[in-house]
Structures are given as C-alpha cells and as structure tokens.
Ligand binder design. Structure first.
Ligand SMILES: NC(=O)c1ccc[n+]([C@@H]2O[C@H](COP(=O)([O-])OP(=O)(O)OC[C@H]3O[C@@H](n4cnc5c(N)ncnc54)[C@H](OP(=O)(O)O)[C@@H]3O)[C@@H](O)[C@H]2O)c1
Length: 257
C-alpha cells in the first residue's frame, strides 16, 4: 500500500533537478533522504525543508561512484527515517565535449562511473530497503542523449543510452512487485549541468541564450506527477523537452535573436 508520506531518497540533491525535486516533494509531505558530495548544500536544504514543511529529513555526503560511500549513505538515511519507498537516481554529469579519439580518461571515467555505475550502485543499495517497505518507485534521470547522439558527446550519450538500458531492464526485473520504474529523460535544462561540463560560466550561459529552456522545477514536476498517478499506471519513459527544442540534440532549436 502506498504510504501517506513516502520516504524519498534523492542523489545529486545539492543542485539542479535533485534540489528542485526535493523542494517539490517536500511540499507534498514526502520525507527526504538527500545526498551529494557537497554535503553542506544538502544539509542546508534538508534543514530548510524540515523547518518549512515539518517533514523528516536526512542529509549525507555521498559519492555515487564509490560503493562503500553509497551503501553507507543509503543505510544511514533509511535507518534515520525508518524505511525507504522512492529512489531518484539523479546524480550525474557531462564532462567536457570531446571527439571519441580525443577524450581524456578523466572525463570518460567521470561520466561512465557516475552516470552508469553510480546509478547501479544507488539502486543496488536501495532496492532491498524499498522491498522491505512493501511499496516503491524507482526513478532514473536519463536524457535525450540516451535517444540520440551528437559530435563531442559520444561518452555522455553512451552513458545515457546505458541509463536507458538499465531502466528498461529494471522494469522487466521488477514486474510483479509493487515497485514502479520510471525514466525521465530531459532535453536542454538550465541547471549547473552546462557549467560543470564546460567549466566556463559565459559559455554555459550562452548555451541557453534566446531559448526558454527547461528548469529544475519542470523535471521535479514530472517526478511528482509520475509518483502521484494511480498505482496501476507505470510511466516507463518520459521524454521532456522545452518547446524551443524540437530535436533530441541541439540540431533544431528555436533561438530568438
Ligand atoms: N541539465 C540538463 O540539460 C540535463 C539534461 C538531461 C539530463 N540531465 C541529467 O540530469 C541529472 C541532474 O543534472 P542537473 O541538470 O540537475 O545538473 P547539476 O545542476 O549539475 O546537478 C548535478 C547533481 O549531481 C550531483 N553529482 C554529480 N556527481 C556526483 C557524484 N559522484 N556523487 C554524488 N552526486 C554527484 C551534484 O552534486 P555534487 O557536485 O555536490 O556531488 C549535483 O547535485 C544528471 O544525471 C544529468 O546527466 C541533465
């Protein structure tokens, strides 16, 4: 049975989609387990949301690339809040824009270890606790980069195609259990994503110049909606783009002068 106040774990809650999802679900009365490497950010967010909405929160430092860090974070969060129902495996990044023959190991490893392995590690640690709770929902945050490719984005696209494969597989593996599986696959969204990728505030800002890109709150709304639907409905995959972006890549973008 769906609990009145589900306990939701979000990785990458220190910025962007993760932070926005925490804010929206807190307003719905969900209890929150929030993690990221910048622990001071998630701690401040958790304190603010607990104060504002009277929910229970746990904030912890987690590096999703690291198995022991993930296991400790998930176990501590669930112990502190008394269970776990919903997982938003959101932590991820793009690192640079490199042709396949040029990409440094460091960028390749950052993306594959965070976007693919980190997601597996998060779900692997969380699923036994979700099962124990008897009801659940697992969210993947994929990307339109999991549905197409673009030059300079080979490894990022490979990692997000990987996320799509993981989401589809988990959906098959959990069929028959009271746990839904949803992948939300955004297009261009103005978060810290481009700054992390390009390491240049001006270039990051220019990427969204003249378009009304998605915001973190838009993706949070997709999570809220999928979660709120009646139990027999499972949104498998939601591809979400702003109106100004018509293609999965930046090939067809309506940019005002
Ligand atoms: N923005 C877009 O255009 C877009 C489009 C499609 C998909 N996505 C995907 O959406 C997800 C969220 O991105 P965003 O746009 O919200 O970017 P963002 O604003 O940069 O947020 C990324 C979050 O991931 C966390 N993170 C990164 N590496 C981590 C690690 N090793 N361990 C734990 N946390 C880690 C960051 O926290 P710390 O740095 O504090 O650890 C941060 O909270 C990512 O999976 C991204 O690939 C983004």
């Amino acid at each position: 049975m769906r609990p009145e106040h589900p306990i939701v774990l979000i990785t990458g809650a220190s910025a962007g989609f993760g932070e926005a999802t925490a804010r929206l679900l807190a307003a719905q009365g969900c209890h929150l387990i929030l993690g990221a490497r910048r622990v001071e950010r998630v701690q401040a967010l958790a304190e603010e949301l607990a104060r504002t909405y009277g929910i229970k929160t746990y904030a912890g430092k987690v590096d999703t690339r690291d198995t022991s860090s993930v296991n400790a974070f998930v176990a501590a969060g669930a112990a502190a809040l008394g269970g776990l129902h919903v997982v938003v495996a959101n932590a991820g990044l793009a690192s640079g824009l490199h042709k396949i023959w040029e990409i440094p190991d460091e960028d390749m490893e950052a993306m594959m270890r965070t976007n693919v392995e980190g997601v597996v590690k998060t779900i692997r640690a969380a699923l036994p606790l979700v099962r124990e709770s008897g009801w659940g929902h697992i969210f993947f945050i994929g990307s339109t980069a999991g549905h197409a490719t673009y030059e300079g984005g080979g490894v990022y696209c490979a990692s997000k195609h990987g996320v799509k494969a993981l989401a589809q597989t988990l959906r098959l593996e959990l069929c028959g259990e009271p746990i839904r599986v949803t992948s939300i696959d955004p297009g261009m969204a103005e978060t810290e994503f481009a700054l992390v990728r390009l390491q240049d505030a001006e270039k990051a800002k220019n990427l969204y110049k003249g378009i009304e890109a998605l915001a973190g709150a838009d993706i949070a709304e997709c999570v809220r909606w999928s979660l709120a639907l009646p139990e027999h409905i499972n949104i498998d995959e939601l591809i979400v783009k702003c109106r100004d972006q018509a293609s999965h890549t930046m090939g067809k973008v309506n940019r005002k002068a």
